[in-house]
Design a protein around this ligand. Structure first.
Ligand code: 6GU
Length: 246
């Protein structure tokens, strides 16, 4: 079973979010385990402070090393198997699907969430194995980033998604965006579902879906298209689509 352990000042935020929907069901089914430690419980200060002013001056506060380290030591005390400690930081390597698949092979993942202006570098040097960012924007803390990563990693764990196909055949698997989907009614607000989808001709439907994936990727993520595995037929369609667009 995959074990996620989050070191945070806001454990309820992480647990409330992840105990909902598909990840929540995976927890109930014993496929993943999610724990959160409140770093504040490891303060030795009478006011439960875990932060202090930065040496050298400057804005904001810095999380002190000792409560973070003690929380980490307690978290790993009864942990068996592989362990990685992921520090959520905009300075980290940008998270992607390949990393989600790699992390999903580990037994234990520990997520360290910082707040304020960050965490004292000395404890980061001692415990962190991976620095990860979830994109080029700034969050108020690492919790949402940890939740994003845990969601993406969980769905790569066997049994979490009911349909074994649905995880593999999707955006980024083949570096192509997904084709559009339709359901009932057949006509909504005067708009019809594309006729080919009602034809019952599965060969034609597959061909149409592949074409729509190629079109969307060309329109919205041409950077992905360069990495996509296109057949000669796909390439011909792409060339035809591009000339049609001009
Ligand atoms: Cl991992 N943490 C914070 N605080 N902000 C971020 C981020 C992480 N990734 C993007 N922005």
């Amino acid at each position: 079973m995959m074990n996620f352990h989050v070191l945070t000042l806001f454990p309820e935020m992480v647990l409330n979010g992840l105990n909902t929907s598909i990840t929540g069901k995976a927890v109930k089914n014993g496929l993943i385990n999610i724990e959160a430690t409140d770093i504040r419980n490891y303060s030795k200060d009478k006011h439960n402070h875990v932060d202090d002013y930065p040496y050298g001056g400057g804005a904001g506060m810095v999380m002190q090393p000792m409560p973070v380290y003690d929380a980490y030591i307690d978290a790993v005390k009864n942990m068996n198997g592989t362990k990685r400690v992921i520090y959520l930081t905009p300075q980290g390597k940008v998270f992607n699907q390949r990393m989600a698949e790699e992390f999903a092979k580990e037994e234990n993942l520990i997520f360290l969430c910082g707040h304020y202006e960050g965490i004292d570098e000395r404890v980061l040097d001692k415990i962190v194995t991976d620095d990860v960012s979830i994109g080029d924007y700034v969050l108020t803390g690492g919790e949402l980033a940890a939740m994003v990563m845990i969601d993406a990693i969980s769905r790569k764990v066997d049994g979490v998604l009911n349909n074994s196909e649905s995880s593999e055949i999707e955006t980024f698997y083949d570096n192509l965006l997904e084709y559009p989907q339709y359901t009932r009614p057949e006509v909504w607000e005067g708009e019809r579902v594309p006729e080919v989808l009602l034809s019952g001709n599965h060969g034609k439907i597959e061909e149409w879906r592949r074409q729509k994936s190629i079109e969307r990727t060309c329109d919205f993520r041409p950077d992905l298209l360069a990495k996509a595995n296109l057949s000669d037929k796909d390439k011909n369609y792409l060339a035809e689509y591009k000339s049609r667009k001009k």
